[in-house]
Design a protein around this ligand. Structure first.
Ligand SMILES: [Fe+2]
Ligand SMILES: [Fe+2]
Length: 284
């Protein structure tokens, strides 16, 4: 990475501020600057705009789009990220999907519909490396995959999608991570994600239902399960750190009740959601 000396000094608060720092503080500030630069370059690879807009500016872009930003990742080119922009190198059209097997498992959905699923796989891997309980690792692994179907309110969609097949605590963690991620908890080292200034707008205030969900969750016995999902949520994931879903085979086996008829064919209240993910090309 090439560094412009003046730019670095300015980013650190100007020449006087840098002069006043001891060598340790200087090294720390430089490290923070480099990490922000890396986050920005990775974000750019995922189609993120270079700087955060206001909520009003983001809203003014709605009529310039061919699709809405809440669209599921499977449904539109440019829908694979929350930025609503085509990722550099992404094909101009949606691609034909590989048909699902007759009796699809969660693993099949990971490989054929949620892939590359880098974000959730890295989040689950972080939880695993942190020695967290299997239910938390499971929640981290599943927390965002409903975005294949729908990005808007993905915590609720995700909890509903998985509720028949996972423990109540796992479904709770998936549902409430959506609200909790906006609220820092310094006692466990969770800060407001800087990336949200870009995604939601730098003056974004969560709507009342999110605030109410946060208030309900923070006094709940499973608060920390949902909080762990936000702590292990990676906002600037490393595209070169590849985690294979195979790594979680045993954890999935113990924490996900795979229906014998296959997901989408078990007549559960959410079977249609799985069928829609399996075949998003169905016209009606
Ligand atoms: Fe999420
Ligand atoms: Fe996430």
């Amino acid at each position: 990475m090439e560094l412009d000396r003046q730019k670095v000094i300015n980013a650190l608060g100007g020449p006087d501020a840098v002069e006043a720092m001891n060598s340790e503080a200087r090294a720390e500030a430089l490290e923070g600057f480099l990490s922000d630069q890396l986050d920005a370059s990775v974000a750019a690879r995922f189609g993120a705009p270079a700087k955060a807009s206001t909520v009003a500016e983001l809203e003014s872009q709605i009529e310039g789009r061919a699709f809405r930003r809440g669209v599921g990742t499977l449904f539109a080119v440019g829908g694979t990220t929350p930025f609503g922009n085509r990722v550099p190198g992404e094909p101009a059209t949606v691609q034909r999907l590989v048909p699902m097997p007759a009796v699809p498992t969660l693993m099949d959905f990971f490989r054929l519909r949620f892939a590359p699923a880098t974000h959730v796989l890295q989040s689950a891997d972080k939880a695993l490396a942190g020695g967290l309980p299997e239910e938390i690792v499971t929640a981290c692994l599943l927390h965002d995959v409903a975005q294949a179907l729908m990005k808007a309110d993905h915590g609720w969609w995700g909890a509903q999608l998985f509720e028949p097949y996972v423990s109540e605590q796992v479904a709770f963690a998936i549902r409430y991570h959506q609200a909790l991620r906006f609220y820092p908890d310094h006692s466990v080292g969770y800060d407001y994600p800087g990336m949200y200034n870009v995604i939601f707008g730098k003056d974004y205030v969560p709507p009342p239902y999110i605030e109410a969900a946060y208030r309900y969750c923070k006094d709940h016995k499973w608060y920390m399960a949902a909080r762990q999902v936000t702590i292990n949520d990676l906002y600037s994931f490393d595209p070169n750190h590849v985690v294979d879903v195979e790594k979680f085979t045993d954890i999935i086996g113990r924490n996900f009740k795979q229906p014998k008829e296959g997901l989408g064919h078990d007549n559960s209240p959410v079977a249609h959601m799985w069928r829609t993910i399996a075949n998003p090309d169905a016209p009606l």
